[in-house]
Ligand binder design. Structure first.
Ligand SMILES: Cc1cc2nc3c(=O)[nH]c(=O)nc-3n(C[C@H](O)[C@H](O)[C@H](O)COP(=O)(O)O)c2cc1C
Length: 273
């Protein structure tokens, strides 16, 4: 009986010092049978609340810890619980910046995958919105937080806001120049600037050809500052049959670098050639 009363005591509560004689008392400072270690006081052996807790059978304690953990994660909306076995996964928080380079379809495909599994922030530059409309791509309707590019007061503009990383896709040469030189006068450039200073992932899916010496120098400067330069340059070894296959190949590599599981494109498994 006493064991069960001890079981219901608060985990991190105060260390009780009264005698456990009355109904409802918590028996943490009482005469206990020999064989259990405790502090000797006035000829009696006493135990602390933690010691009392250790008298609870291990499987009860384990079950209690699991219940509390599940309740905690259930109450946190940004954390998911997967599977019936109590496997807990943290949702990644990723910023996607879309700038005015051709290839809005890359951003759209990335968002389709990311918004299912991650907490996503979307920023679309003014020119990107026009180019996307021209290319027949829309960024509306995603389960994500949308930010205007001129909103420098957004949460993600501060390093104190925890993030897993950012992708600029496609990344124009102008935004590449801004990021490479720390010229953070809009939210996309500022959030990238923050990712670099906080040593978080900052992936720039550049799209331009040919590349001038200025572009190349800016790519090198951004890479040296910690960015990952991933030109939108799909391979052909997986024998693409349609444009979507090419798009998926680029987006798959981006997801790999974000460490997000996907099944977008087949992985190279070697060849006898
Ligand atoms: C139709 C169109 C396509 C463009 N494509 C590219 C491109 O592929 N790469 C690039 O670096 N700039 C491209 N630009 C130029 C950029 O949009 C321009 O430099 C703009 O200032 C970028 O601004 P942002 O980075 O703030 O979106 C394009 C412009 C237009 C109108």
């Amino acid at each position: 009986m006493r064991i069960f009363r001890a079981y219901y005591k608060p985990r991190h509560g105060p260390s009780y010092s009264h005698k456990g004689t009355g109904a409802g008392d918590i028996p943490v400072n009482e005469k206990i049978p020999g064989g259990i270690s405790g502090n000797k006081k006035n000829g009696q052996r006493t135990i602390t609340s933690d010691q009392a807790d250790r008298q609870v059978p291990g499987f009860f304690r384990a079950g209690r810890e699991l219940l509390w953990t599940q309740l905690f994660f259930y109450l946190r909306s940004d954390i998911g619980i997967t599977g019936g076995g109590g496997k807990v996964t943290m949702k990644k928080e990723i910023v996607v910046g879309v700038t005015g380079a051709s290839g809005a379809v890359y951003a759209r495909r990335l968002l389709e995958v990311l918004c299912k599994d991650a907490k996503v922030h979307i920023i679309v530059s003014d020119v990107a919105a026009k180019i996307a409309a021209h290319e027949g791509v829309s960024f509306e309707g995603f389960r994500a937080e949308y930010h205007p590019n001129d909103k420098l007061f957004a949460s993600i503009a501060s390093g104190s806001h925890k993030l897993d990383g950012m992708v600029v896709i496609p990344c124009s040469s102008k935004t590449l120049a801004a990021i490479a030189n720390g010229y953070a006068d809009n939210l996309i450039a500022r959030t990238a600037d923050v990712c670099l200073k906080e040593h978080r992932k900052c992936i720039l899916v550049t799209r331009e050809m040919p590349l001038s010496r200025i572009h190349l120098k800016n790519m090198l400067a951004a890479e040296e500052a910690g960015a990952t330069i991933m030109p939108a340059s799909p391979g052909f070894y997986h024998k693409p049959k349609k444009i979507d296959d090419l798009v998926d190949m680029v987006v798959a590599r981006v997801l790999d670098h974000l460490e997000i599981e996907h099944t977008l494109s087949q992985r190279w498994s070697g060849s006898d050639a």
